[in-house]
Design a binder for this molecule. Sequence first.
Ligand code: C2E
Ligand code: CA
Ligand code: CA
Ligand code: CA
Length: 275
Amino acid sequence: AKLEGKGTFRFFEPAMGAQIRERRSMEHDLRNALENGELSLVYQPQARVESGRVLGFEVLLRWNHPVRGAVPPSVFIPIAEESGLILKIGEWVMRQVCQEAAAWQRPLNIAVNVSPLQLSSEGFASMVRHILDETRLSPERLEIEITETALIRDPNRALSALEKLKALGINIAMDDFGTGYSSLSNLQNFPFDKIKIDRSFIQAVHTKPQAAAIVRAVLGLGRGLGLPVIAEGVETSEELRFLGLEGCVEAQGYLFGRPAPITELTSLIFGNAVA
Ligand code: C2E
Ligand code: CA
Ligand code: CA
Ligand code: CA
């Protein structure tokens, strides 16, 4: 058995067995989470660096499990992807968001996270088109955020999906830029409209000179490519000031607001009117 290596041994450790059972149980529960009304959406403001004016929101999924409580997306999104459940859940997210935003008084933008499996799934763009038709949301208000992981496995398929989405008039943002499988050629070969600098760089601008240099370089890259750059994870006014001085136009982070249910954001969405 030793020949099969360390990984095989670990598989039989009781702790690992527990981990696998735990995962299976979560997957099982996630399968019913939609029907049981356990999934919900929160919205986090995206604002202009200079004025603080809110331009739109990123939409983030939440799972409130009846026993476990709030399960973090970093735990359940990977399970949803590996099990394929993200296709059904992602469609639900898209429909909810478009329905919601179409009813707002202010035409604020909405950014929706789209997983690699969704982007490469058959008929993703036509599903989005259908939802846009159904809800009458104007496409220029909708942005999808994808990470570079979504481009790796089947670049041709990803490109064709992105081109169809672009043809609908929606925007494409590159999420978590600078991490993972980052490659500048992705900015050359895929039709991105926006770059989101990963929050790990923003959070280190005042502690690591490398991070500040990387943020400056990405902002320069955006200028050169004519792509707007949004900084995520902005928590302090010092970070915001740095971004303003370096010419960053948009930002998102706890400084402007934590992700919140839509019912807490009605004054932004409906002006001073009582919703
Ligand atoms: P992401 O797309 O990078 O989302 C941004 C994450 O940063 C969110 O975490 C948000 O709550 C957090 N964040 C925002 N501002 C700050 C800040 O100032 N400081 C800190 N420390 N964190 C901040 P969240 O909601 O836990 O989501 C984690 C990840 O789960 C997301 O990362 C995204 O990859 C995934 N995710 C969330 N909702 C969806 C969804 O509807 N579909 C898909 N496919 N993925 C989703
Ligand atoms: Ca995102
Ligand atoms: Ca991100
Ligand atoms: Ca920080």
